[in-house]
Design a protein around this ligand. Structure first.
Ligand code: TXA
Ligand code: MG
Length: 308
């Protein structure tokens, strides 16, 4: 069910969950202070309770409600990338409900770049929102995708197709430096403008980005990633414009390799199309450099093709 901002506001204030648009992917939103609605998010998605949620804000003044002290470079990073697809994980303020942060002493926060969701947060305060998909499946980049996972009656704040198409980049402060929690729609190279050191992955034990440990972004179709030339099987190919896949029965085009923004915006839709068309197996062209946004795209494809 498509709803407007006023209806979304009323539902959220009544401890309900609604889907909201962001520039990255659709989110399943609850008011930060409704533990009842946050519980519902975990149930609706079948999401493990150990996987914390991102708090979404609309004004920098709200940061103090979420973080209990700002690590070095927090403000510089926020100034450079917000509103936008950067999530920062820092020590949590006491008022962030434990269920939202899965009991961790930290909170993840970002300011999304979508006018409707910013307006909604201005009206009711910060919201928590994981991606609006059933746990494990590709994220939703259109209201139709949200309906596929949660049904026609599910309330969706209609905000068009997400422009970025892949989730936010997550940086985690480990007590001394920022580390990469999740690659996303800001390429890692961009942070060298702000941080005076090279970013490394957060490989600490019990990784502090718990979501990375779970199966993710996967359609039901079996995906075979390949950097070799196509040999004719499986019959369905997911590939790039201008490349040739002789004898392929059908080719789903992600876009031009030279335009990774377009590939990123199409990726989840194409993964979902495989399932909608009942395709059981697909060969994926993974012959491209792991640089910039293509590095994020490769990471999502690898996760999507993983069997466990
Ligand atoms: O672009 C996005 O980030 C989208 C839109 C809706 O904003 N949201 C999103 O949420 O991707 P979700 O729940 O699908 O992924 C959130 C990730 C998970 O991997 C989770 O483990 C991590 O953020 N996370 C959340 N809180 C954390 C914390 N306190 N410490 C470390 N990782 C955290
Ligand atoms: Mg997700």
């Amino acid at each position: 069910m498509r709803i407007d901002c006023q209806q979304a506001k009323e539902l959220l204030l009544r401890d309900e969950v609604v889907a909201v648009p962001t520039e990255t992917v659709y989110g399943l939103a609850a008011s930060l202070h409704s533990e009842k609605a946050i519980e519902k998010i975990f149930e609706l998605k079948s999401r493990p309770k150990e996987n914390p949620l991102i708090v979404h804000i609309s004004q920098k003044e709200q940061i103090s409600q979420i973080c209990g002290g700002l690590p070095p470079f927090f403000e510089e990073l926020a100034r450079a990338f917000w509103p936008g697809p950067l999530t920062l994980v820092a020590p949590a303020a006491m008022s962030v409900p434990s269920i939202a942060r899965a009991g961790l002493p930290t909170a993840a926060v970002r300011m999304p770049d979508h006018p409707l969701t910013l307006k909604l947060i201005d009206a009711i305060g910060p919201i928590v929102a994981p991606s609006a998909n059933l746990s494990g499946l590709p994220s939703s980049t259109t209201p139709d995708h949200v309906e596929q996972d949660f049904g026609k009656e599910f309330p969706i704040l209609e905000g068009g197709t997400c422009t970025k198409g892949i989730e936010s980049t997550i940086l985690i402060f480990d007590g001394s430096v920022w580390r990469i929690g999740r690659q996303g729609s800001i390429p890692l190279e961009e942070f060298s403008r702000i941080l005076p050191y090279h970013l490394c992955f957060d490989k600490r034990k019990n990784s502090s980005c718990p979501g990375q440990m779970f199966k993710h972004y996967s359609p039901r179709a079996k995906l075979t990633l390949s950097q070799e030339s196509y040999s004719g099987t499986p019959e369905t190919v997911v590939g790039f414009e201008g490349r040739h896949y002789p004898n392929a029965r059908q080719v789903l085009i992600l876009g031009e390799i030279e335009k990774p923004e377009t590939v990123m915006a199409n990726l989840y839709n194409i993964l979902r199309q495989l399932d909608n068309a009942g395709i059981e197996e697909a060969w994926i062209d993974a012959d491209f450099p792991r640089k910039g946004l293509l590095a994020t795209i490769a990471e999502r494809l690898e996760k999507a093709s993983a069997r466990t």
